[in-house]
Design a protein around this ligand. Structure first.
Ligand SMILES: Nc1ncnc2c1ncn2[C@@H]1O[C@H](COP(=O)(O)OP(=O)(O)OP(=O)(O)O)[C@@H](O)[C@H]1O
Length: 415
């Protein structure tokens, strides 16, 4: 989870970044149409726009030269508008759609080389899919629907009912075990779908727009459920959505797709704070920056030992919005603290420059912890003072103050 939800710290995200990949995808293509394999093999065809490719070959490149890793324990969101290739990409991971070119590995094992029985095991035990349309068995009870995956695995009746009952309780469906899907609300049905995927204890959960048919309140409930499950279990998740808010809320990292290609891959903060191109910039234009960007973006060195030693303490992964509240309450700059160390300070003007979009997040933080982030991350500190806001036309003179000698260490717990 990201800083927006406050469930996992940025430090934890950095730990995730160091973990081995579960899925490794390299140069993946899925082309629909006649003689599809010639498209990735021919650089001229591979470089065509979707419209040109269609008119010249009759083919559609639903996934075009995509590479990424899904790391253990992360929520990896695949986001993009309708038709951008999200479903095709995620279905390729378990070969529900057969890729045209490229490599896919799960825990180092070549997925494209798997025979039918390895593939079946992959889909049943290792990477379970939660679908938008639930895929529930209408004549079975909730409990039996959840136990179904275990039945397919050959788990005995008593054990599967016991395990299914525990999962049903975990997703908040206690008391509804004997109902049939037709007697449930949409949100409850989606919980059954989720429980069924969880029951087989897969290494990765793949969600194909699971909540898009739900009304907004139930949808928020289900998002919270995913956040909770992830927090409690740390399970690796790949989550497809076309909803930017959902992506920002759930994703540790987001792959933003357009016309089959990944146009940017990064944390929510990187996508909102440092859009890779005009398309991404337009996509995130209306996002409230203060709820996504962290104080790392806004902080500057303390101007004096006094400034480094007083004022409210906040975590480096606190959002700008949280810092605004802390600064407003205290009436003084806040200190960005980690492990008793003051990394920098933020005052009202620093924070407002983020809200106004005049701060440059890519240039903002020199916190070394940010260095292990994904592509497009804030740059690693070089020990110098942060090059903070890019001055914009009419901006007030540079308010940066000279950094002090190392600030006094404190053992205070940041808020
Ligand atoms: N079986 C198919 N045959 C031909 N073209 C296909 C097929 N499946 C998908 N496509 C095309 O591939 C492209 C990507 O489709 P895909 O369903 O992966 O997109 P998506 O981002 O998941 O869209 P949505 O959000 O609407 O589900 C689209 O242009 C689609 O028309």
């Amino acid at each position: 989870m990201n800083a927006t939800t406050g469930n996992t710290t940025a430090a934890a995200t950095d730990t995730v970044a160091e973990r081995p990949p579960v899925f490794s995808v390299d140069g993946l293509w899925k082309v629909f149409g006649p003689k599809a394999a010639r498209v990735p093999a021919d650089p001229d065809l591979a470089a065509l726009s979707p419209a040109e490719l269609r008119s010249r070959t009759g083919c559609t490149a639903a996934v075009a030269d995509v590479s990424f890793d899904v790391r253990k324990g992360e929520v990896f969101v695949v986001m993009g508008l309708s038709g951008s290739g999200k479903s095709t990409l995620v279905r390729c991971l378990t070969r529900l759609v057969e890729p045209t070119a490229g490599t896919i590995a799960i825990d180092g094992e070549d997925v494209r080389a798997m025979d039918r029985s390895r593939l079946r095991a992959l889909r049943r035990h290792r990477a379970a899919m939660v679908f938008q349309h639930f895929g529930l068995l209408p004549h079975r009870t909730v409990l039996d629907n959840v136990a179904y995956g275990l039945e397919v695995q050959g788990v005995g009746r008593a054990e599967r009912r016991e395990r299914a009952a525990a999962i049903v309780a975990k997703v908040g469906l206690e008391g509804l075990e004997q109902r049939r899907p037709g007697q449930l609300s949409g949100g409850q049905r989606q919980r059954v779908g989720l429980a069924r995927a969880l029951a087989v204890d897969p290494e990765v959960l793949l969600f194909d727009e699971p909540f898009s048919a739900l009304d907004p309140l139930i949808r928020r409930d289900m998002q919270e459920e995913v956040v909770r499950l992830h927090r409690e279990e740390g399970r690796t998740m790949v989550f497809i959505t076309h909803d930017l808010q959902e992506a920002l809320k759930l994703g540790d990292r987001i792959a933003l797709m357009r016309d089959g290609r990944v146009v940017q891959l990064g944390t929510p903060e990187e996508i909102v704070g440092s859009p890779a191109d005009d398309y991404v910039r337009e996509f995130v234009r209306d996002v409230p920056r203060e709820q996504v960007l962290t104080v790392r973006t806004a902080m500057r060195p303390a101007a004096s030992a006094d400034e480094a030693g007083t004022g409210p303490a906040i975590r480096p992964e606190a959002t700008v919005s949280e810092a605004i509240e802390a600064v407003a309450r205290a009436g003084s700059p806040a200190r960005v603290m980690t492990d008793g160390r003051c990394l920098g300070v933020v005052d009202a003007t620093d924070l407002l420059s983020v809200v106004a979009g005049t701060a440059d997040p890519a240039a903002g933080s020199r916190d070394p912890a940010a260095g292990s982030r994904a592509a497009g991350a804030a740059r690693v500190g070089d020990g110098g003072p942060p090059a903070r806001a890019k001055p914009s036309v009419g901006e007030a003179p540079d308010r940066r103050r000279k950094p002090t000698t190392p600030p006094p260490a404190t053992t205070e717990e940041p808020v």
